[in-house]
Design a protein around this ligand. Structure first.
Ligand SMILES: Nc1nc2c(ncn2[C@@H]2O[C@H](COP(=O)(O)OP(=O)(O)OP(=O)(O)O)[C@@H](O)[C@H]2O)c(=O)[nH]1
Ligand SMILES: [K+]
Ligand SMILES: [Mg+2]
Length: 372
């Protein structure tokens, strides 16, 4: 079953590669891509013995979420993931020179800038992981539960490993360092296809979109494309259930390379170079993790007391609204909110009276005033 799906995917990918890319063939190319996306979903469903849903298939390891954010370590065996976890969190995770030393998810916690960051060491994965090889499927399912990923690479090994890992994650619906495409997509009962592009498209057109949607048996839809996107990005929106995650490439074992080799390694986007074993450059790694997690800290101030600087409320947003802040504390707070006093860089006067739509900045202090 899986093998026949895999060979169908291969055939279609070959056909795609063979086909000239131009306006006349674009509709056909869209159709091939839609077929591939559907088969990939079928493959995940088949391998997980049922439910898959375009990327959510398979069960992850059973680790309860703790802390404000979760960071997962993904990489080939023996790149140094466990060594890194031990270095960062102090939680011992067995490390050794042989592959597949780690057989399950090992959580550790780190306090950084007032936030509790849960780090998850995971078993190594290899090519074919998403199709069920080794514990790969479980590893990738767990990776999907994280707020960000550290893709760990051994600088002494081939950089083709980076591509392999990216492909495995991609096949499971994980999109690294990408924003969700700016597309409005609505299914309707009737009315046909209403296609609108706000900016000129290099790959999409009314006909391409129509041929993709036909493959999904969707005939009546509103589609508004607000940025230049690829056919693949459009299919991602149609499939739904994609996970858009920030990721850092951790280039480990730099104690083994020359300065010249290091210069080349440093050209990889979203990278940080470290030596987990020697503890080199861990500070930069943590600063980048902080940036990529996109967290801000809000301190609460009870009336007549000084703010609680030890236990910030953490929000995953660059400029969260006061409403989001309230909901993060307790679901009932918003209905009691009269206004809030805010101190910090988001306000012109210290303090300033604000309402639920006010946008907060990192390290603002907030005092909630309730209705009586
Ligand atoms: N030279 C050098 N060796 C390292 C470094 N980090 C880890 N190692 C070694 O690399 C080997 C593998 O390390 P692990 O931490 O077990 O790697 P892993 O990625 O967790 O491996 P699996 O659990 O098997 O997937 C061990 O022998 C470590 O001592 C480093 O920064 N430099
Ligand atoms: K190992
Ligand atoms: Mg390990």
């Amino acid at each position: 079953m899986s093998d026949s799906i895999r060979s169908k995917i291969q055939e279609l990918e070959n056909e795609y590669a063979r086909t000239q890319k131009n306006k006349a063939t674009s509709q056909h190319l869209g159709l091939i891509k839609a077929k591939v996306a559907k088969l990939k979903r079928e493959l995940l469903d088949a391998d997980s013995g049922g439910r898959g849903g375009g990327g959510g298939g398979g069960r992850g390891f059973d680790v309860s979420k703790a802390g404000d954010t979760r960071v997962g370590f993904v990489g080939f065996p023996s790149v140094g993931k466990s060594t890194l976890l031990t270095k960062l969190t102090g939680t011992h995770s067995e490390a050794a020179a042989y592959e597949f030393t780690t057989l399950t998810a090992v959580p550790g916690t780190l306090n950084y800038r007032g936030a509790k960051i849960q780090m998850l060491d995971l078993p190594g994965i290899i090519e074919g992981a998403k199709d069920g090889k080794g514990r790969g499927r479980q590893v990738i399912s767990t990776a999907r539960t994280c707020n960000m990923l550290l893709i760990c690479l051994d600088v002494m090994k081939s950089m083709t490993h980076k591509k392999v890992i990216e492909k495995e994650l991609d096949g499971f619906g994980i999109r690294l360092n990408q924003k969700p495409p700016d597309i409005v997509f609505r299914k309707k009962d009737k009315g046909g296809l209403n296609y609108q592009e706000i900016v000129p498209q290099s790959e999409l057109s009314h006909d391409v979109v129509q041929s993709v949607l036909r493959e999904y048996r969707l005939h009546s839809c509103d589609v508004v494309v607000k940025e230049d996107v690829t056919i693949d990005q459009f299919i991602d929106v149609v499939e739904g259930n994609r996970k858009y995650m920030p990721a850092l490439y951790v280039m480990n074992k730099i104690d083994q390379v020359t300065i010249e080799e290091l210069d080349i390694i440093c050209q990889i986007p979203h990278h940080v170079v470290v030596s987990a074993a020697h503890g080199w450059n861990i500070d930069e790694l943590l600063e980048k993790v902080w940036d990529y997690c996109n967290m801000i800290r809000i301190y609460t101030k009870p009336k007549g007391q000084i703010p609680d600087y030890n236990e910030p409320v953490i929000l995953h947003d660059t400029n969260p609204s006061l409403e989001m802040f309230c909901n993060r504390i307790h679901k009932d707070i918003l209905s009691h909110l009269k206004y809030a006093w805010v101190w910090g860089s988001s306000v012109k006067h210290q303090p300033m009276k604000t309402g639920k739509d006010h946008r907060l900045n990192d390290e603002d202090v907030v005092q909630i005033v309730k209705k009586v």
